[in-house]
Structures are given as C-alpha cells and as structure tokens.
Design a protein around this ligand. Structure first.
Ligand code: SF4
Length: 197
C-alpha cells in the first residue's frame, strides 16, 4: 500500500485517484503480480491538491490519463478540479480510462461536468453482449451493467471530442462483434493487450 498518485509510462503521465471499482474483471491487471510496474494500491484516496503536487509540470507528456487501479470517475469532482488546473497551467491533453459505470453507480450525471476539460475518453467495452460482459467483468451492477456502459458511451459523444471503446485480447475472445458495436455507435475501437503475470 502506498501513495503513488502519479506515474509515468512511456510518453504519458497517469493519475491514480482511487482503488474502488464496481467490477471484478477476470483480466484486471490488479489481479496479476506485475501490474503496471508500480504499487498503485492506495493507503487513502488523494485530494486534488495532492494529485496536482504529484503530477507537477506535465508539459513533457503527450497525455495526462486518469486511470487507476480503480474507476477514476467515482471521484469525478477530483477529476474535474485536477483537469481544469492542468489545462489552465499547461494546456494538457486529458484522457480518462473508464469502465463507463460511474454514473450508474453514483446515480448522477457526470459527463456534462467534463465538457471542455476532457479531450479523450476510453471506455472498456470488454464484450459484445450483456451475458458475456457479466461473465468477464462480474459487475456489482449485475447484468444491467452492459447497457449502462453503452448508454454512457452514447452520451459521451455529446460532451467529449474523442470517444474510444476498448476490449482486452484475452485468449479465445473474438473482437469482431465488439468492433461492430463500436462502429454502430460511431466511436473508435481499440484492442488492448492481455497481461497474465
Ligand atoms: S473495470 Fe478496470 S479496474 Fe475495474 S476490475 Fe475491471 S479492469 Fe479492473
């Protein structure tokens, strides 16, 4: 357990706001030993000022990515405060990696708050049907989680310029049906590598 609120991978800086998540995905990097190479388990969730202090000057980085361990939009107020400051101070490009379930979990509209602050949102699609999603992601929201995530994706297009749906390339998974969903929704599609160690 520690206090890593910001970490660098290649050209991007990643911000770690929370370890909370409504899902328990079978491929989650939290479940393997290697993770992302940092101990991202938090003693306590950081304030916006603590995140800004950890990030420092983000000018050298291509993107600032709100990521995890955990679902960053469960702390959307901190996302908004940090993103606003980083845009104002450094003109940062902001991305959020999300499971798209925070609005459903919190019962509030988050997306309008992100308008003008977030450049890219990458939403974990993970499956091409509700049943497959439930089997892989084991969400606290139950079988409804898939539709909630798709609704969040549709609405994201209203507020965020670049919307991506992603899947993890786990063995035996055919990404084509998921790609079709992304096409139907008019968003980008990305396949993420599967980490097993
Ligand atoms: S949604 Fe993301 S953080 Fe949550 S369990 Fe799945 S992969 Fe892990």
């Amino acid at each position: 357990m520690g206090k890593i609120y910001a970490y660098v991978i290649e050209n991007n800086i990643y911000l770690n706001l929370t370890n909370r998540c409504p899902n328990r995905c079978v491929f989650c990097i939290r479940e393997n030993k290697k993770g992302v190479g940092y101990d991202l388990w938090l003693d306590q969730e950081p304030t916006a000022n603590e995140v800004l202090a950890a990030a420092g000057d983000v000018t050298p980085y291509q993107e600032v990515v709100f990521c995890g361990y955990g679902e960053p939009l469960l702390r959307w107020e901190v996302v908004v405060e940090v993103a606003r400051e980083l845009k104002k101070r450094y003109g940062a490009k902001i991305r959020i990696n999300t499971n798209g379930l925070a609005e459903a979990v919190l019962g509030s509209k988050i997306l309008p708050e992100l308008e003008g602050l977030v450049d890219t949102i990458s939403i974990s699609l993970n499956a091409a049907s509700s049943g497959e999603y439930h089997r892989l992601c084991r969400s606290d929201l139950g079988p409804e989680a898939f539709d909630k995530m798709l609704e969040f994706t549709r609405n994201s297009k209203l507020y965020i310029p670049r919307v991506i749906l992603s899947v993890v390339k786990i063995p035996g998974f055919d990404p084509e049906p998921a790609r079709k969903i992304a096409e139907q929704l008019g968003v980008e599609f990305r396949i993420r590598p599967y980490q097993t160690e």
